[in-house]
Design a protein around this ligand. Structure first.
Ligand code: 8YV
Length: 315
């Protein structure tokens, strides 16, 4: 059986590239010198598209691939895939849930601790000699027992809540409906009300048209001058301009962000701020998890072309 043609929109680790190259005729769109020309030439041949959570697939690329059968996302977020043409044309879409949940939740908690305890500034204090010269950094704030609010109690939000509960933190969460969770986890569906009762507010929502800018001026006001925001979801869930206003005016205590509008380019207003922790969208970026994501993405592709059920289809 001839190898299917695969249009690859993003680079993968070598360990993932080798098996892809073995199973498919791979067309590397991401480093093509003339991407429109490549698309015009190979688009009619493409059977599958491989991408990641940040890159997705546009309607234009889908339109240039009239015989594409499946879009495989290396990541759990598929908000950057234009689903309307996929649904209209019967194009399957798969992602890589579960295998990255722990890593993303681990980083979210690490970001909370680093922000509240000033880990980055304390490292600089030692490295610069300031500790010896003028003493240690100023006192920071306890995390254990503080109130955790989880905006979006899906797989990752639940894993974050479980970790925070282990720190003795009271848990409150928003979701479309109450979840089957420990009885002392409070269901607070309104984002403003949730922020008002949170010291650390985690944004763990899948990005959709409904969640766009759900964290705006009202939520930030409710979070207040002692509140901290942690975002490991998508930048679109936050009104970044309103967040910058709040950080600059110190009307919230701080924010820890792994995602940004226009990433990897970051708004320069963030750079001088000392009450924000900036991370390079690396929630799932461990050797172990990326290997599992790559394997699951390939398992979906292999299953599709073998006519078998797909391990993790979203369309
Ligand atoms: C990205 C992510 O996919 O899983 C997601 O949705 O945001 C990340 O894991 C990352 O760009 C993977 O390359």
């Amino acid at each position: 059986m001839p190898k299917p043609h695969l249009l690859q929109l993003t680079p993968y680790p070598e360990a993932d590239q080798t098996p892809l190259d073995a199973a498919f005729i791979v067309h590397r769109y991401f480093d093509a010198p003339d991407q429109p020309a490549l698309l015009a030439t190979v688009g009619p041949l493409v059977d599958a598209i491989a991408t990641n959570g940040g890159r997705g697939v546009s309607a234009a690329i889908l339109a240039a691939c009239p015989r594409v059968q499946i879009v495989a996302v290396y990541g759990v977020g598929y908000d950057a895939v234009d689903l309307a043409p996929c649904r209209a044309r019967g194009i399957r879409v798969t992602n890589t849930p579960d295998v990255l949940t722990d890593d993303v939740a681990d980083l979210a908690v690490a970001m909370m601790l680093a922000l509240a305890r000033g880990i980055v500034a304390a490292d600089a204090n030692v490295r610069s000699g300031a500790w010896a010269a003028t003493g240690g950094p100023p006192l920071r704030h306890r995390v254990s027992g503080a109130r955790a609010g989880i905006l979006g109690l899906g797989r990752i939000g639940t894993a974050i809540a479980q970790r925070c509960a282990a720190f003795g933190m009271p848990i409150a969460y928003s979701a479309r409906r109450p979840k089957d969770v420990p009885a002392d986890w409070a269901y607070v569906p309104d984002p403003v009300a949730l922020a008002a009762q949170s010291d650390h507010l985690f944004v763990a929502l899948a990005a959709t048209a409904e969640t766009r800018h759900v964290v705006g001026p009202a939520v930030l006001r409710a979070l207040g001058p002692a509140g901290r925001l942690i975002n490991i979801s998508r930048a679109a869930n936050i009104d970044e301009s309103a967040l910058l206003d709040a950080l600059e005016a110190q009307t919230i205590a701080g924010a820890a962000l792994d995602v940004f509008e226009g990433e990897p380019n970051v708004n320069s207003r963030f750079l001088p701020l000392r009450n924000v922790l900036l991370q390079p969208h690396h929630g799932s970026a461990t050797v172990e998890t990326r290997a599992a994501m790559g394997q699951l993405m390939r398992d979906n592709l292999t299953a599709h072309f073998a006519g078998l059920p797909l391990p993790s289809a979203v369309v």
